[in-house]
Design a protein. Structure first.
Length: 53
């Protein structure tokens, strides 16, 4: 989980990531930076991960 466009260690390791678009413009930038999934609020994380809470 990251809100950084420069999440280089994660990309170098080949790990998938959830981009947290917590500010305007990040929804456009994070997928380009390699986010494999995108949420705009922490409330969305459990369902995105397939957790029933």
């Amino acid at each position: 989980m990251s809100d950084l466009v420069r999440d280089r260690p994660r990309r170098m390791a080949g790990a998938r990531s959830v981009g947290y678009a917590n500010k305007p413009g990040k929804a456009d930038d994070l997928p380009t930076a390699g986010a494999t999934a995108l949420i705009d609020g922490m409330k969305d994380l459990p369902s995105m991960l397939g957790l029933a809470i």
